[in-house]
Design a protein around this ligand. Structure first.
Ligand code: PLP
Length: 452
């Protein structure tokens, strides 16, 4: 293990080079202090000073099988020895096998796979396919969503990070998806929320012109924006609206896919089949960059005789695909999808529910499988967030203090706006999860100090 002897001097050198030369995402470069990571295994990672962290963030919600799974590491090594790279316009064993294994698991007839290097590129290509398939330009996308940081994907994104990049949101129209806790429709229950959300979508379509809309894109369960489980019937309702108007339905499963929710895909929870489905992250637990679009037979047929005008040098990279093949096989052999469901139902949900009741700073608990969010509030009655909604995205004192308390105790949380998400690897054991919940419980005492 690279970390048997953590060496602070190495850590200091890594950090110094990072500070000098690495330009980090989403950050004011002078205001950050990235942890130097020496190694990781399973649900833990550690720094060069010997501090160990239980990872309740799965990186950026991608290490669904945990870090350094030996079978996946071995498969990457084996592929590197056999054929490290090859151009996309060839049939390559690991690429065909990854596509076959993914198509076998995607819902309905989403049986053709276009590979990308990550989630945003998958979204870019899904939108392009929808526009070419329909001959229409507009795309409807939800507020409180995240679809990636490239040109089209950031414009589709419905959170404040879009604002500085939103120079040309050509053809993108945002609408409100259901979220009862902060209902845009002032609904009193999930049924009302669903019905009003569907009516709002119908109205938006009517005023945008049904014949001008190429696609509706939704995260099956919005992740980064707060893990909001759509009310029963909502996604089926969107499916029906799309069918009625000939609109392509895109589900973005970049975060929710590949076991995270206790199903292979979150769409399976709702029995809904989109026309296009984007994936990344969990497809190979992020071991080598990979994403893609699963394409329905009807849309694939559009490009049978007409060339698809899009591609990437590293599309279906053999190393990334070998990692996907190994990851999917490991998930199947070890029953990891079921493990995520079980971890959620038996450990995370009851544990988090108890925590949520105990702490006045917790306004709502939402989630499924290994995919949970605690919405932190200053005041449970008014639901005033612990940071103002639509703030610049910077954590305020309360969230910063809470995050620092977690890290000091050895828990690595996923904190965004006024929420902390609990998204450990799906392979996290009951004992590890309970250890993490105890640390989270203690750190929430810090958040409680900021409540009214
Ligand atoms: N779509 C969703 C739902 C995501 O959660 C993300 C990333 O978090 C993306 C797209 C973008 O993926 P990537 O960062 O791999 O480009």
């Amino acid at each position: 293990q690279a970390t048997a002897q953590p060496d602070p001097a190495v850590g200091a050198a890594v950090k110094a080079a990072d500070r000098a030369h690495v330009f980090h995402s989403w950050s004011a470069q002078g205001l950050i202090d990235p942890l130097a990571v020496a190694g990781a295994e399973g649900s833990y990672f550690w720094d060069y000073d010997g501090n160990r962290y239980l990872d309740f963030s799965s990186g950026l919600v991608f290490t669904n099988i945990g870090y350094q799974h030996p079978k996946v590491v071995a498969a990457i090594q084996e592929q590197a020895g056999k054929l490290t790279t090859f151009a996309p316009a060839f049939a390559v064993e690991s690429r065909s096998e990854a596509a076959r294994l993914i198509a076998e698991r995607t819902p309905g007839d989403l049986d053709k796979i276009f590979f990308t290097n990550g989630g945003a590129e998958a979204v870019e290509n899904a939108v392009r396919m929808a526009r070419l398939h329909t001959g229409r330009a507009k795309v409807l996308s939800a507020y409180r969503s995240y679809h990636g940081a490239t040109a089209a994907a950031i414009n589709l994104t419905g959170d404040p990070r879009r604002w500085p990049s939103d120079t040309a949101s050509a053809g993108v129209v945002h609408f409100w998806a259901p979220f009862l806790y902060r209902s845009p429709f002032h609904a009193r229950n999930e049924t009302e929320e669903r019905d009003r959300a569907l009516q709002h979508l119908e109205d938006t379509i009517a005023y945008e012109g049904p014949g001008s809309i190429a696609a509706i894109i939704l995260e099956t369960i919005p992740g980064t924006a707060g893990i909001m489980i759509p009310p029963p019937g909502y996604l089926a309702g969107v499916r029906e609206i799309c069918d009625r108007y000939g609109i392509v339905f895109i589900l973005d499963e970049v975060m929710a896919g590949f076991g995270r929710t206790g199903e292979w895909f979150a769409a399976d929870l709702f029995d809904v089949v989109p026309d296009l489905m984007t994936f990344a992250k969990g497809v190979n637990s992020g071991y080598v960059p990979l994403g893609g679009v699963a394409i329905s037979a009807e849309i694939a047929a559009t490009f049978e005789t007409r060339p698809y005008p899009g591609g990437l040098t590293y599309s279906g990279h053999p190393l990334a695909c070998a990692a996907a093949v190994a990851t999917i096989n490991v998930m199947a052999e070890e029953g990891i999808v079921g493990k995520a469901a079980d971890l959620g139902a038996r450990v995370l949900e009851p544990g988090l529910r108890e925590i949520a009741e105990r702490h006045p700073s917790v306004g709502e608990l939402r989630g499924v499988g290994a995919f949970w969010a605690l919405e932190l509030v200053r005041d449970r009655e008014t639901r005033e967030p612990l940071v103002p909604y639509n703030a610049s995205g910077e954590a305020n004192a309360a969230m910063a203090a809470f995050g620092a308390a977690c890290k000091k105790s050895g828990l690595w949380p996923f904190v965004n706006m006024n929420r902390t998400h609990v998204c450990p690897p799906c392979t996290t054991s009951e004992a590890e999860a309970k250890e993490g919940l105890a640390l989270l419980d203690a750190a929430l005492n810090v958040a409680d100090e900021f409540t009214v």
